[in-house]
Design a protein around this ligand. Structure first.
Ligand SMILES: Cc1cc2nc3c(=O)[nH]c(=O)nc-3n(C[C@H](O)[C@H](O)[C@H](O)COP(=O)(O)OP(=O)(O)OC[C@H]3O[C@@H](n4cnc5c(N)ncnc54)[C@H](O)[C@@H]3O)c2cc1C
Length: 470
């Protein structure tokens, strides 16, 4: 093992959180190194292949702190740590503005509030190469060019293995570079390795009993290394069971043209979701992220089916910019179609009488305005319930697609890592999808991966830089 090399700050992971943190520190004159396990300059990570929308719980990041706070509270329903909400409400817009000053370009895509600050050029609407030379790819290349100008060090092909501690203080990292162990010293370490979604053991421990039966809807680079390291030095973990993701058509397990897009959210929240008994099992009105989490938590996550009719296929089915209609079919997905519910049930080997009764009761409840009395209830606050009445009728088997884990390392309002007693661990920070405590909870509240990663990366840098001289 080589003698330790010293930096003021070491950052684990070169996604948006790590690069934002590194660039802000370098701009403030801090000697910083970013460790990125990817070996080439186009290394994969979620930030590179993302959709590019900077939003806070579906509101544009530039809206007022009050609007952003209300949006987050509405989605997370009491789950989030107040200091985390404050950081997001007060800084998400200014951080996006700072990124713009560093050369990132944003455009408006359509009218939806959450797409008013979207990375340019926008991702392609289809194809495996949808991200090449677009959105997140351009963002990372721009940030790397700025880091170089600012004199920061980026160590590609360097995987952080463990934290080095002196008592309760983090003093550096042990890492692996080209098969050799290296020691790196630092006054501060920032964990920003993107979460634990690609680690089956951690998924089994916290998210689903059946990790092989959910679809990895991500770059598959986030193995939870940071979480494991932080846990080993006594960090508190929070909100571990939930993830950001979407229901996908089940063929996405074997057909790469069916993930990460198209997602099935619009069909699921307009139609009826059933399990292999032919009965409803969940409130479809709670939205796609909630539904994906529910599916992943079932005893058999591959047992769910969405049923819809022609008006849903022609309406909500075409709503999204990468619409399920026609992409699930043109990209090779299996959609069953029949003129009656009974015939549809036979195609799916479902009990026809049960399915007819499920759909009949559902339609009756919509007509009577009593969907909240169904078991399970069907809420209509966020998503209208459509009757399933007009042939042809359709069915598609589903799989939960996991994009990133919402839970992770507990941090305070300065992104300092907290121990089991809620005290900061000296010299240790976390940012981006490595953190927990903002998103999730019983409502599976989603805030936004890009805004979370950029804002927490920036916030960690501000605290590190402000405390340099002390
Ligand atoms: C298909 C898709 C679409 C999305 N669309 C949107 C969107 O429109 N809006 C939005 O807000 N969010 C979106 N997201 C989510 C968003 O991309 C992420 O939440 C965000 O980019 C995560 O940034 P990060 O820096 O925390 O993690 P990442 O981007 O995952 O970066 C983590 C980095 O750490 C590296 N790493 C991991 N372990 C180690 C280690 N031990 N040592 C060194 N390096 C390590 C990884 O290689 C990786 O480069 C999308 C994600 C996907 C996959």
């Amino acid at each position: 093992m080589n003698a330790a090399t010293s930096y003021e700050t070491l950052i684990i992971g070169g996604g948006l959180a790590g690069l934002t943190c590194g660039l802000r520190l370098a701009e403030k004159g801090v000697k910083v190194a970013i460790l990125e396990k990817g070996e080439t300059d186009r290394y994969l990570c979620n930030s590179r292949i993302c959709g590019g929308a900077f939003h806070v719980s579906y509101r544009d990041v530039h809206e007022s702190p009050e609007v952003l706070m209300n949006a987050m509270k509405g989605k997370t329903q009491g789950f989030s740590r107040q200091s985390f909400l404050d950081v997001m409400a007060n800084n998400a817009g200014s951080t996006a503005q700072w990124l713009r000053s560093k050369g990132l370009r944003f455009i408006k895509v359509g009218d939806a509030p959450h797409r008013q600050t979207t990375l340019a050029p926008p991702i392609a609407q289809k194809g495996r190469d949808y991200w090449h030379g677009r959105g997140g790819d351009v963002m990372l290349r721009t940030l790397h060019a700025e880091l170089k100008k600012a004199g920061a060090t980026v160590l590609l092909g360097t995987r952080a293995l463990s934290l080095r501690m002196a008592g309760n203080q983090c003093i550096g990292i042990e890492a692996e570079q080209q098969g050799s162990k290296v020691l790196l010293d630092a006054r501060n370490v920032v964990i920003s390795d993107g979460g634990f979604q690609a680690n089956p053991e951690l998924l089994r421990e916290f998210v689903t009993r059946e990790p092989a039966k959910i679809r990895q809807r991500n770059a598959q680079t986030a193995m939870g290394d940071g979480l494991t390291m932080a846990r080993a030095v006594g960090a508190k973990l929070v909100g571990m069971k939930n993830f950001y993701g979407h229901p996908l058509i089940q063929d996405a397990l074997t057909n790469d043209d069916l993930w990460p897009f198209p997602v099935m959210d619009d069909l699921c929240v307009a139609g009826v979701m059933i399990d292999s008994s032919g009965k409803r099992f969940v409130d479809e009105g709670l939205g796609g992220v909630y539904l994906a989490n529910h599916i992943a938590g079932m005893a058999d996550p591959l047992s769910t089916i969405v049923i819809y009719d022609q008006p849903i296929w022609e309406g909500p089915g075409k709503a999204f910019i990468t619409p399920a209609n026609p992409l699930i079919i043109t990209n090779g997905g299996t959609v069953h179609k029949a003129d009656t519910i009974c015939a549809l049930a036979q195609k799916l080997a479902l009990p026809a009488g049960v399915l007819e009764q499920t759909i009949g009761q559902y339609n009756t409840a919509i007509d009577a305005g009593t969907t909240t009395q169904l078991a399970p209830a069907r809420s209509t606050r966020d998503h209208k319930a459509w009757p399933i009445r007009t042939a042809p009728f359709y069915a598609a088997r589903l799989v939960a697609g996991i994009t990133y884990t919402m839970g992770g390392i507990a941090v305070d309002g300065d992104c300092r890592v907290l121990d089991g007693n809620d005290n900061p661990i000296t010299g240790l920070y976390a940012a981006g999808c490595a953190t927990g405590g903002l998103e999730g909870g019983d409502a599976v509240g989603y805030v936004g991966g890009l805004s979370k990663s950029s804002t927490t990366g920036f916030q960690a840098a501000e605290h590190i830089a402000a405390n340099r001289a002390r």
